[in-house]
Design a protein around this ligand. Structure first.
Ligand SMILES: [Fe+2]
Length: 208
């Protein structure tokens, strides 16, 4: 019986039965890079870049999720425009996540992917599960952007210094520019301007 079972699972056996529940050793450990790649970038450069890009990836994935949390949980009279704006920014962060992760892979590294690993790695403060008021939602998003923008500037400079122009270009043209623009759109919602009538107008009318 054991012999028959072995034959049915053997390499030459043809069967419609899917091979389920398979596990095997990793083919590449996290934190390593493939040795020989025709990119004209030395292994130590690719090691340093992939490590820093993984930090940027973890923080970008966290900001992405913070945008979806804000999209779902926002409350108040500006619900509709902010519900839409948060989702637009979420979509843009999704694009950045993919671009950063694929840059890590093409440099021969291993990109972070799973939520538990992201939670252990991110530098962005964990928000509560419950809902918060809009000014706090906006402040959390802006704080997260500030962390990412700071990292992006440092990483872009280092990439340029090491001759990794592709990483420099990705970080400046996509990550930095997108985050800067999103900061502007959020920040304008925290400017305390009158919605209907200015104080100056009331004073003018009162004195007339
Ligand atoms: Fe939605």
């Amino acid at each position: 019986m054991a012999k028959k079972q072995q034959d049915e699972n053997g390499p030459g056996h043809v069967s419609a039965q899917p091979r389920l529940h398979q596990r095997a050793r990793e083919i590449q450990s996290y934190g390593t890079v493939s040795h020989m790649l025709p990119l004209d970038l030395e292994e130590p450069v690719r090691l340093e870049m992939t490590e820093k890009l993984n930090q940027l990836l973890a923080d970008t994935m966290t900001l992405r999720d913070l945008y979806k949390k804000s999209h779902w949980q926002v409350a108040g009279p500006t619900f509709y425009p902010l519900h839409l704006l948060f989702d637009k920014h979420y979509d843009e962060q999704v694009e950045l996540v993919d671009a950063i992760a694929e840059r890590i892979q093409l440099l021969g590294g291993v990109s972070l992917a799973m939520a538990a690993d992201i939670a252990e790695t991110t530098q962005i403060e964990r928000p509560p599960r419950g809902r918060e008021v809009l000014p706090v939602q906006l402040s959390r998003l802006l704080d997260a952007h500030q962390i990412i923008i700071g990292q992006a500037r440092t990483l872009a400079g280092r990439a340029s210094q090491l001759g990794d122009d592709g990483t420099n270009d990705l970080v400046v043209s996509e990550v930095l520019r997108t985050n800067e623009l999103q900061v502007w759109f959020l920040s304008e919602h925290l400017v305390n301007v009158p919605l209907v009538e200015t104080k100056e107008h009331s004073m003018t009318r009162g004195s007339a």
